[in-house]
Design a protein around this ligand. Structure first.
Ligand code: ATP
Length: 301
C-alpha cells in the first residue's frame, strides 16, 4: 500500500501555504518532514489527514481517494494535540472512541503502555503536562494500528529518558507492524537517528528529499584557504555554512572527483572532511537567509 500525496495546494486566508506538494510514502518507512517555522508542516499534516481540504490535488491510498473513501480512514492516524477535541477526555474514554474509529485498535498494548509510562488513565489529557501529552499522542496513535501515522514534533517536551523510550517505541512499531511514520520535527539530530529519508518543505513545496546514509554525494568539509579571497569555485559548487577568517565550513550537494582534486591543490592550507548531518543540509538549504540576517546584524552593530 502506498500513500500518494499528489499536487497538494492550500491557501489559508489568501496566503499560499502549500503549492504542488508531491511525495509518496511506502510501507515500513520512517520519513522526516522538516522546514522553517511557518513553512506549512502542520498544514500539510492536517491536509493529508482530511482535517483541511486541499484547494487542488489529492491524497490517494493506492488507487483510491483517501478523503472520499470512508473505509480507508482507519488506515491513517493523526492526533493534532493540543488542538484536538480529544484533550477533553481521559485515556480510558479515548480508548472507547478509538476502538470505534480504528478496527484494529490494540487495546491490550494501549493499556500496558499507559500503565508502563505511569499516565493517569482517568485524568483528562488537557490536565497532563506537555511531555505527558506528547507521550500519550504517540501511544494512542500507535495503538490505532493504522498503517500510516503522522507525528508532529513527537519528541518535543520529553525528557531524555522518555525520549529514548519513545524512539524505541517508534522503531518497534515499524519493525513489528510495518507501519509508515511521517515525523515533522525541528530536531534534526534526533531525526537522523530515526528516519530513512527527509523531505524538506521550502517555498510552499517539497524542495528536496535527501537521505544522509545513502547519499555519498553530499559532503561537508572544513578547510583553510591560503590567498586573500575565498577561491571562487567554492562558492559556485558548495554552500558555506560557517566562516571565520580563512577557515570555512562548506557543504557540497554534489561532490565530484574533480572537486576533490581542486581541494588537494595549493590554494588550501588544510582540508578535512567532516561527518555530515541533516542539520548541515538544512543550514545549507537556507544559507542565503542566514547570510542576509548576519549582514543585517553586522550593519546594526
Ligand atoms: N488557522 C490559521 N489562520 C491563519 N493562518 C494560518 C492558520 N494556520 C496556519 N496558518 C499560516 O500558515 C502558515 C503555515 O503554518 P504551519 O503551522 O502549517 O507551519 P509549520 O511549518 O507547522 O510551523 P512551525 O514549525 O512553526 O510549527 C503560517 O504562515 C501560518 O501563519
Amino acid at each position: 500500500m502506498t500513500l500518494v500525496i499528489e499536487n497538494i495546494s492550500k491557501k489559508i486566508q489568501d496566503k499560499q501555504v502549500l503549492e504542488n506538494v508531491c511525495f509518496e510514502l511506502h510501507q515500513g518507512e520512517i520519513v522526516g518532514l522538516v522546514g522553517r517555522n511557518g513553512a506549512g508542516k502542520t498544514t500539510l499534516f492536517g491536509t493529508i489527514a482530511g482535517e483541511l481540504l486541499p484547494d487542488f490535488g489529492h491524497i490517494g491510498l493506492d488507487d483510491l481517494d483517501y478523503n472520499k473513501t470512508t473505509r480507508l480512514h482507519d488506515q491513517l492516524c493523526y492526533v493534532d494535540m493540543p488542538e484536538n477535541w480529544l484533550h477533553y477526555y481521559s485515556p480510558k474514554k479515548i480508548k472507547t472512541i478509538f476502538k470505534l474509529a480504528y478496527e484494529n485498535f490494540d487495546e491490550s498494548w494501549y493499556d500496558a503502555e499507559i500503565k508502563r509510562f505511569g499516565l493517569n488513565n482517568s485524568k483528562r489529557i488537557r490536565t497532563y503536562s506537555k511531555g505527558m501529552r506528547a507521550l500519550f499522542v504517540i501511544i494512542v496513535s500507535f495503538a490505532s494500528r493504522a498503517q500510516y501515522v503522522l507525528l508532529d514534533e513527537p519528541l518535543d517536551g520529553l525528557d531524555v529518558l522518555i525520549r529514548d523510550q519513545v524512539k524505541q517505541l517508534i522503531v518497534n512499531q515499524v519493525t513489528q507492524h510495518n507501519t509508515t511514520i511521517l515525523i515533522a520535527s525541528h530536531n534534526l539530530i534526533e531525526l537522523d537517528t530515526l528516519v530513512d529519508r527527509i523531505l524538506l518543505l521550502k517555498n510552499q513545496t517539497i524542495d528536496r528529499t535527501f537521505a544522509i546514509e545513502d547519499n555519498k554525494n553530499i559532503k561537508k568539509y572544513q578547510l583553510a584557504f591560503t590567498g586573500e579571497e575565498l577561491p571562487r569555485f567554492l562558492r559556485e559548487s558548495g554552500t558555506i555554512i560557517a566562516q571565520t577568517g580563512h577557515i570555512v565550513t562548506i557543504v557540497f550537494n554534489d561532490f565530484s572527483e574533480e572537486l576533490g582534486i581542486k581541494l588537494a591543490g595549493p590554494e588550501f592550507k588544510f582540508v578535512e572532511e567532516l561527518q555530515i548531518s541533516s542539520e548541515d543540509v538544512f543550514r545549507a538549504s537556507f544559507a542565503e537567509e542566514a547570510f542576509s540576517w548576519q549582514q543585517e546584524l553586522e550593519v546594526d552593530a
